[in-house]
Write a protein that binds this ligand. Structure first.
Ligand SMILES: Nc1nc2c(ncn2[C@@H]2O[C@H](COP(=O)(O)OP(=O)(O)OP(=O)(O)O)[C@@H](O)[C@H]2O)c(=O)[nH]1
Ligand SMILES: [Mg+2]
Length: 469
């Protein structure tokens, strides 16, 4: 339990019907007593004069109506509802108070200031969730899932985050860690009590089981991470092939200017679309021309190249009604090495390109024929984007997905140590060498749930949270 009591605005600082200031810690109810005047407040210039009865005055999980007042001057700050969630039945497992006031920046900041004047200290980012973790209410992976729930951009992302919050991944990782710990205990016993009669056990089979289970979790990570973070997709091509038209069609809105003139788009433009639950940030770019007409076009082309660098995947748009041009090949060169899909657009016009020509344009890139002006081929294009991004391995939606890059890195470390342990076992290395690898694997898995997390790691994770969570 912490000595100090923290407070923060827990809702965003825009205009809204209500906003919430949250307080957590041993003094939470005392802070509320100092700033809260119960009832309509007709005769309540001093908050303390209307509230009697000490600690027990606020019943847990019961809502009180009243006013928030400045604890020094007694001036009314806002009208509010307040309620206490006494430990341990709260988010942090400490006493928690929520004050629901009007949701504007000025009343919210006024209410927060009153709680600080009454003895609370301003919370650090993620400090409420850090306390929930340190007080054992949730583990580290669940704490990370809290941030993912808040930041989810699609229903699928939310579904993933909720699974994390319910502890699905934590449960699986803990199970695997327990299995490994059992093997480790056995190996250590054979080291410590070599001369005693320890019945011989097969270490190899359970280690192989764990190895394949960790490998299977790891296999889901690329898709999981895309579901959580989304994809950045650059729409590139020479001028006038229909890039902006494609952006508008995929967004189903008239976002970018489209004209029959080459060089219409000068600057890159970003907008997010939802492809089967995956947030896809689409970047429309200036057409890459061999000879830019003016400095603006040249700067635009530089930005197009930057967008290619930033992208996870490129949609290379070509005009299928004209033969390939040097500029098309230049674009193909610019996206070399990136996952890509070739979009053979304007398929409603007389076709001037063969499938072979298109397939040879960017190595390994699938080709999708579209007519953006007739809205044809767009579903196939969305499918091709997802297929390319997840390397053709679609995971069932009810399968457990690893969606956090930190968890992926840990799993791959745990897998390496497990592999070392197994190959050591096979080549007859001394038991203590095998035990060392196994211990490293167990410790790595513990970093996911937090059993073996360092203070630095906690600081890194929670500093990315918003204040008030
Ligand atoms: N026939 C036909 N015309 C299309 C299609 N897609 C786009 N166009 C037309 O092609 C022209 C150029 O479209 P844009 O979307 O502005 O092309 P762009 O690649 O963004 O061009 P820049 O911004 O200049 O690089 C417009 O007149 C569009 O209406 C299509 O599928 N079929
Ligand atoms: Mg354009």
């Amino acid at each position: 339990m912490y000595e100090d009591t923290i407070a923060a605005i827990s809702t965003s600082l825009g205009e809204a019907g209500i906003g919430v200031v949250r307080i957590s810690g041993q003094q939470a109810t005392n802070v509320l007593r100092r700033v809260f005047s119960c009832g309509t407040g007709a005769s309540s210039s001093s908050p303390l004069s209307t509230i009697q009865g000490g600690e027990s005055f606020f019943e847990s999980h019961k809502v009180y109506y009243g006013r928030i007042v400045d604890p020094n001057t007694g001036d009314v700050v806002d009208e509010a509802l307040a309620f206490c969630m006494l430990a341990p039945r709260s988010y942090t497992r400490e006493d928690v108070v929520e004050i629901h006031c009007h949701g504007g920046p000025v009343p919210l900041q006024g209410v927060l200031l009153a709680t600080l004047q009454a003895g609370a200290r301003l919370a650090e980012p993620g400090e409420f969730t850090l306390r929930a973790y340190l007080n054992g209410r949730i583990d580290l992976a669940q704490a990370e899932a809290v941030a993912d729930v808040i930041r989810a951009r699609t229903e699928r992302g939310l579904d993933l985050a909720m699974k994390g919050l319910r502890g699905q991944l934590s449960g699986r990782v803990r199970e695997l860690r327990q299995q490994l710990l059992r093997q480790l205990a056995y190996l250590e016993a054979t080291i410590d009590f070599a001369e005693d009669d320890i019945p011989e056990e097969d270490v190899r089979a359970p280690l192989e089981d764990c190895l394949s289970a960790v490998g299977m979790l790891l296999d889901t990570a690329d898709q999981g991470i895309i579901c959580r973070q989304g994809l950045r997709v650059a729409i590139v091509g020479r001028p006038n092939v229909g890039k902006s038209s494609l952006l508008n069609a995929l967004l189903r809105s008239d976002r970018a200017i489209v004209t029959p003139l080459a060089g219409t788009t000068r600057d890159t433009l970003e907008e997010t679309a939802n492809f089967s639950g995956i947030p896809v940030c689409l970047m429309d770019t200036a057409g890459i021309a061999a000879e830019p007409l003016d400095p603006v076009e040249r700067l635009g082309i530089e930005r197009s190249r930057r967008a290619i660098e930033e992208a996870d995947l490129c949609l290379m748009v070509v005009d299928s009604s004209t033969p390939l041009q040097a500029e098309d090949r230049e674009v193909a060169l610019a996206i070399r090495g990136k996952p890509a899909v070739v979009v053979a657009n304007k398929a409603d016009l007389a076709v001037a390109l063969s499938s072979e020509q298109l397939e040879g344009l960017v190595s390994c890139a699938p080709v999708v024929w579209t007519s953006v002006s007739r809205a044809e081929g767009l579903d196939r294009l969305r499918d091709a984007v997802l297929q390319s991004a997840i390397s053709g391995r679609a995971v069932q939606s009810d399968e457990l997905l690893v969606s956090n890059p930190r968890h992926k890195e840990i799993l791959s470390r745990a897998l390496d140590h497990l592999r070392d342990a197994l190959s050591g076992h096979e080549s007859g290395l001394p038991v203590d060498c095998i035990a060392t690898d196994l211990r490293a694997s167990v410790d790595a898995l513990g970093e996911i749930t937090g059993e073996t997390a360092s203070e630095d790691l906690l600081e890194t994770i929670f500093s990315h949270f918003c204040v008030g969570k």
